[in-house]
Design a protein around this ligand. Sequence first.
Ligand SMILES: [Cu+2]
Length: 151
Amino acid sequence: MLLPRSLLFFLLVSPSLLASAEPAVSGAWIRALPPTQPVTAAYVAVTNNGTQAINLVGARVEGAGRVEIHTTLEVDGLMRMQQLPELPIPPGQTVSLEPGGSHFMLFELEAMPQPGESRQMCLLFEGAVEQCLTAVVRKTAATDHSHHQHH
Ligand SMILES: [Cu+2]
């Protein structure tokens, strides 16, 4: 059986259409700290299935008045956090915001999130692209890789 030329063309191009520039987000969680703490951190993994770099430029998290992108740097043996205006996600790669590395810092909390709760999280990318997912609240990472992390 011969396929019509138009259908064959569709079959050939469809994989690239499916691999759109939309970033995929997964595994979002927020760290529950003692209620006396004014700020906390949130983590997520971002996968760029496209062929061009995507810039993560911010996020909105339910119950937080302000969210910043932070990275963690070691300066003179001390771990310090620094704000990033944007975080590039290279094409074909997954960038994980995780303890000990980059993270979202949540400011102006209505209340400290409690373990077992969940919050809506929307990641903002350059070009007004937004990806939302549900972030669960936990005290620690499900699997703590922080002690064998690459630097
Ligand atoms: Cu921070």
